[in-house]
Ligand binder design. Structure first.
Ligand code: DC
Length: 229
């Protein structure tokens, strides 16, 4: 059932990994003083919980049970220093590595897991508003969101951004390997049968290639002013 997002306004920001949507969503939520939902983190947490509890990645019903029972806490809404806790364990760094991303992409392809996470995602819709970041925020979870944005960037630019990010953390991954990984994940995310990565019919497309974080944030905030929530 669709949620009436006019009660508490929602901005849905969807797009592929590396498009910058996490950063933009956080900036926009911060500027508006709204809540933030990093839905990708939930899929990463299900993947991590499966790993920790030795649940196989090919057993959708067990993964869905894990998703329903997910004991997760986000320590801050929109600050850069957000921390994520799973079963009262700080897993902030652990869910961000490439392996966690790969596991997330696998579990996210199961309809059972996606269904199990819908209620949790919608529980983030609290006053004064929510900025929801993911792949299907505008197409599945918050279909009534008055502002839907589909943020993209070229695969090359996304691989370069990720490379820089990892290098900053002292992790050395080759650029071609990252590029291959990004294309492979795009393919999996956009070709899966449930909630494939695609813009909602009423989404505004925004290509962040060659644009700074400030520029992209400014465009989104301009759109926010144009929309009646
Ligand atoms: O945005 P991210 O890299 O943290 O997402 C991790 C994985 O989860 C990615 O492969 C796509 C998937 N995902 C999804 O299927 N639906 C969402 N709303 C968010 C993420």
């Amino acid at each position: 059932m669709a949620v009436d997002t006019h009660v508490v306004p929602v901005i849905a920001i969807d797009g592929p990994s590396g498009s910058g949507k996490g950063t933009i969503a956080r900036r926009v939520a911060g500027a508006l003083g709204w809540h933030l939902l990093d839905s990708g983190a939930l899929y990463r947490l299900v993947g991590l919980a499966a790993f920790k509890k030795a649940v196989a990645l090919d057993s959708p019903s067990k993964l869905a049970d894990l998703a329903r029972a997910l004991n997760v806490r986000f320590s801050a809404d929109s600050s850069d220093a957000e921390e994520i806790w799973l079963d009262e364990q700080n897993v902030t760094a652990e869910i961000r590595n490439e392996e966690a991303g790969r596991r997330a992409s696998v579990v996210a392809a199961f309809p059972e897991v996606r269904d199990a996470l819908v209620g949790l995602q919608r529980s983030f819709q609290k006053a004064p508003g929510l900025v929801a970041d993911g792949r299907d925020m505008g197409t599945v979870v918050f279909t009534d969101a008055p502002l839907k944005i589909f943020l993209t960037a070229s695969p090359e630019e996304r691989a370069q951004r990720r490379h820089k990010q990892l290098k900053g953390k002292g992790i050395d991954v080759s650029l071609p390997a990252l590029s291959r990984d990004i294309k492979e994940r795009d393919r999996r995310d956009s070709q899966r049968e449930v909630a494939p990565l695609k813009p909602a019919d009423d989404a505004r497309l925004l290509d962040s290639s060659g644009k700074s974080i400030d520029e992209v944030t400014a465009i989104v905030l301009r759109w926010v002013k144009e929309v009646r929530f």
